[in-house]
Design a protein around this ligand. Structure first.
Ligand SMILES: [Zn+2]
Length: 359
């Protein structure tokens, strides 16, 4: 994250928002669909807030402050995120991230514990001395907290204490996909800035600019989130995983299904991942059943049309509910392969393929 720029679909809302910087709230919750670039948004916003000569409310990219932000060593900018994410961001980018990455190495290196997936209370407490430092040219100090869902009950309450008596000239930008998972007391201390999902047209144009081939399919598979679509295109072989198209085709044909082999394949991935894809498949069936355009897997259109004709709408919503429940227990299964087998079998049974009783 060296370039502190807004994505094209964010510029207008950013300018309107930043125009009120003189009477800015001290804590904001920036929220919206996963994968639309919220993290980049708050980073660019921080740059704009700290810039010495903002142009139309945005960072100039030329001044000393902008230079520090780009290098990741502006003393008035802190990124508070789980250690796992800090390592990921550090790994993406070889350059020195400055002071923020140091605590990760210190903590994880010396005690040899696994990097934390949570925002730890120590990370919030360690901000105290920072609040007392003078800021560069008496400007803003900005703390980016992402994802806010990674705040634990303890670290969330520690942050709440800070926000109840906000330090001077300090702006907290929290980022969340799902604000309803945050502490209500914490939510009540933040102004909200919802970020909209860009239109398919704008998102596809941007993906094409990023040299993503087959942009429409990747965008669909990401649920319409362009930043996620780009990441998927760069890390996955196909917008629709091969096992999923195999599964859909066998469901459609009603024969030749090798559930065991498919279960074998998918159980190598985390269950939450493949269950989400199956949930999306069922969502697409549901849309199709209601005569709407499919959302995630346009390439499976043909199979989906056949399948949704075979299932009653009530059966489809029952199946969707059942998958929701399975997703909640997915992290706690002892035998991943058996679990995968049971889930695939249940869907196949619902699609009247298998003689196995529906559970
Ligand atoms: Zn600047």
């Amino acid at each position: 994250m060296s370039a502190a720029q807004f994505f094209p679909w964010q510029v207008e809302v950013a300018q309107q928002w930043l125009a009120q910087r003189e009477r800015f709230a001290h804590a904001w919750l920036v929220h919206g669909l996963a994968g639309i670039g919220k993290r980049e948004f708050v980073f660019a916003a921080a740059a704009a807030l700290m810039c010495e000569s903002p142009a139309n409310g945005l960072a100039c990219g030329q001044c000393l402050a902008c230079g520090w932000v780009a290098k990741g060593n502006h003393p008035d900018l802190k990124r508070i995120r789980p250690e796992t994410l800090a390592l990921e961001e550090g790994a993406e980018q070889d350059e020195d991230e400055g002071s923020e990455s140091a605590p990760v190495a210190e903590v994880t290196g010396s005690s040899k514990r696994a990097p934390s997936k949570d925002i730890r209370v120590e990370q919030i407490r360690s901000l105290a001395p920072w609040f007392n430092n003078a800021t560069h040219r008496s400007g803003f100090r900005v703390a980016l907290i992402y994802p806010a869902e990674a705040l634990t009950h303890i670290s969330g309450n520690a942050l709440l204490k800070v926000l109840e008596e906000p330090p001077p000239a300090t702006i907290f930008l929290l980022v969340a996909d799902a604000p309803d998972r945050l502490l209500p007391t914490l939510l009540s201390r933040c102004r909200r800035l919802p970020l909209a999902t860009p239109s398919a047209e704008i998102a596809q144009a941007w993906l094409a600019e990023q040299k993503i081939i087959n942009a429409a399919a990747w965008l669909a598979a990401s649920g319409g989130a362009p930043v996620l679509a780009k990441k998927m295109a760069e890390t996955q072989p196909e917008p629709c995983p091969e096992w999923l198209s195999t599964f859909a085709t066998s469901l459609e044909k009603g024969s030749g299904m090798n559930v065991g082999q498919l279960a074998d394949t998918i159980s190598k991935e985390p269950a939450s991942l493949w269950i989400e894809l199956l949930q999306r498949l069922v969502i697409d069936m549901n849309l199709k059943a209601h005569g709407l355009e499919v959302r995630y897997f346009p390439m499976l259109q043909k199979s989906l049309t056949v399948l949704c004709a075979r299932l009653a709408v009530a059966q489809l919503s029952e199946l969707a509910d059942w998958l929701n429940q399975q997703r909640r227990v997915a992290g706690h299964t002892l035998n991943g392969k058996l679990f995968a087998h049971a889930v695939l079998q249940r869907i196949a049974a619902a699609c009247q393929l298998s003689s196995a009783p529906a559970r």
